[in-house]
Ligand binder design. Structure first.
Ligand code: 3PG
Ligand code: MG
Length: 398
């Protein structure tokens, strides 16, 4: 494996250490609903604090439109970090400028401070050099512990590595080691399960993923675009008509290369997106104009489960349906349980990644039995595709 500078090489005593975490965690009514990403970040925070660093946390949260927006404040997440690490975590209402400077000036070695959402400045996503400089002024050392944001070349995930001494955090290190170990030479047949609601951006990468796996199992919002491409009605479902040609290309590519694509064969549909909304099982040609596909149907679940029994490795990113709403979690929960059982019996290697996926697998009570759970979603998929991740590359020793 390529060499990285890790915390073992970092001299952090009495230093201001800017630690890029991925605190982009699921929340509901301002409360964090899954602390997995925080738990993974905790060892880096406490190690640095115990070594006498002033630990300054940086992260994005959600996708605000480049300005402050209370809906996307990291304040409640900072509080959750404090609860997980069992130490006080301060908060500064901006990630640059006087507010941040004053809060940092008041820190003592061992203190932990979280700065407000980096994406409240549009320069973050542009990796703007002037913004990088403003961030860099706040620290002496940069630690990147956000593997799950490493596919973004943003100021706090990549830019800082050009101007400050850069080190991989413990979670970044663990992710890279575990994924390399599990997937460098996967046992075949290997399948990727790709689902979830964040469709844009993921559809394109299915083509690349098809080169790496034997089977693609498609669920969630993305499946609807494929169903539409095959001429099925999808009603009011999440669907990207613009990407129908892409979906057709992927289907053709699979056929030409002898790879298999597994799409839903039935669906659970409802007219409202709400827990316990009246719902029914529909055949693919039977989805009404006012209905939404919110889960895969029972026959689809059976198909996927019987496929799992034949497979040796499964890489999972994205739930099959709107798992956060009962009963639309049924497909995801049933498949997750089957995958977990096969893993526990030593018959399957299961590696899952992504914020929603991890939340869904925790909800299903299956996560503990999976071979490895990555905190990364998009970055995990890009890593699987074999793409360079800017936030990882910047850490490599030249
Ligand atoms: C994620 O949750 O996938 C990462 O935090 C990246 O977030 P983004 O897709 O909004 O860049
Ligand atoms: Mg993402």
């Amino acid at each position: 494996m390529t060499a990285f500078r890790t915390l073992d090489q970092a001299d952090v005593k009495d230093k201001r250490v800017l630690v890029r975490l991925d605190l982009n965690v699921p929340t509901e009514n301002g409360k964090v609903t899954d602390v997995t990403r925080i738990e993974r970040a905790a060892p880096t925070i406490t190690e640095l604090a115990d070594k006498g660093a002033k630990v300054i946390l940086l992260s994005h949260f959600g996708r605000p439109k480049g300005g402050p927006d209370p809906k996307y404040s990291l304040a409640p997440v900072a509080q959750a970090v404090g609860e997980v690490i069992g130490r006080p975590v301060g908060f500064a209402a901006d990630c640059i400028g006087a507010v941040a400077e004053q809060a940092i000036a008041a820190m003592k070695p061992g203190d932990v401070l979280c700065l407000e959402n980096t994406r409240f400045h549009k320069e973050e996503e542009k990796n703007d050099p002037a913004f990088v400089k403003q961030l860099a002024q706040l620290g002496d050392v940069w630690v990147n512990d956000a593997f799950s944001a490493a596919h973004r070349a943003h100021a706090s995930t990549e830019g800082l590595g050009h101007v400050l001494p850069a080190y991989a955090g413990r979670s970044m290190q663990a992710e890279l080691e575990a994924l390399t170990k599990a997937l460098e030479q996967p046992k075949r047949p290997v399948a990727a399960v790709v689902g979830g609601a964040k469709v844009s951006g993921k559809l394109d990468l299915l083509g690349n993923l098809l080169d790496k796996v034997d089977v693609l199992i498609i669920g969630g919002g993305m499946a609807n675009t494929f169903l539409a491409a095959q001429g099925h009605p999808v009603g009011k479902s999440l669907c990207e008509p613009d990407l129908i040609p892409t979906a057709n290309d992927i289907l053709a590519k699979a056929q030409g290369s002898g790879k298999q694509i597994l799409l839903p064969v039935d669906a659970v549909v409802a007219e409202t997106f709400a827990a316990n909304a009246p719902s029914r099982v529909a055949g693919l040609d039977d989805v009404g104009p006012n209905e939404m596909i919110l889960d895969i149907g029972p026959r689809s679940v059976e198909h996927v489960v019987s496929e799992l029994e034949r497979l040796k490795t499964v890489l999972w990113n994205g739930p099959f349906g709107a798992f956060e709403l009962t009963p639309f979690d049924t497909g995801t929960v049933t498949v997750a349980e089957a995958a977990a059982e096969l893993t526990a019996a030593g018959k399957l290697v299961t590696v899952a990644g992504g914020g929603d996926t991890v939340a869904a697998l925790n909800h299903a009570g299956a996560a503990d039995r999976f071979t490895y759970i990555s905190t990364a979603g998009g970055a995990f998929l890009e890593w699987l595709e074999g793409k360079a991740l800017p936030g990882v590359d910047i850490l490599k020793t030249k």
